[in-house]
Design a protein around this ligand. Structure first.
Ligand SMILES: [Cu+2]
Length: 134
């Protein structure tokens, strides 16, 4: 008779552990740490295939890269103004964000050797630049 008490206690601890284990088992390993923008400006291309363009909020337009190797890239544009756009053109490429729109937009572009141009259409005389593709 005296032995039944410890046995029950052990059983209760086991049950508590089982509940605790159950509660902590909801960590779905889908939360992959997607490291934000890799801002390593690899001039030689191939390693990083993302190009970064930016326009606004002032009268500024820019790309993080000035020279890249030919190839296919994801062009990520951060349009920070509702009065500007980012219009990227060149051999086989003509993509643009909306003037009135803002936010981040992605374009897939295949660049060939030559000079590509980016411009804000409403202010093209002062807001423009080039990307050299080798
Ligand atoms: Cu503009």
């Amino acid at each position: 008779m005296r032995r039944s008490l410890p046995v029950m206690a052990v059983g209760a601890v086991a049950a508590a552990l089982a509940v605790a284990g159950c509660g902590s088992s909801d960590d779905s390993s889908s939360g992959d740490t997607t490291a934000a923008t890799t801002d390593t400006t690899t001039a030689s291309g191939s390693a990083s295939d993302t190009l970064i363009g930016s326009v606004g909020p002032g009268f500024d337009i820019s790309m993080a890269e000035s020279t890249v190797a030919a190839g296919t890239y994801t062009l990520k544009v951060d349009d920070q103004a509702s009065i500007h756009n980012f219009h990227f053109t060149g051999d086989g490429v003509d993509v643009a964000t909306d003037v009135s729109g803002t936010g981040e937009q992605m374009f897939t572009v295949t660049l060939k050797p030559g000079t590509y141009t980016y411009v804000c259409d409403p202010h093209s005389s002062q807001m423009h630049g080039t990307l050299t593709v080798t």
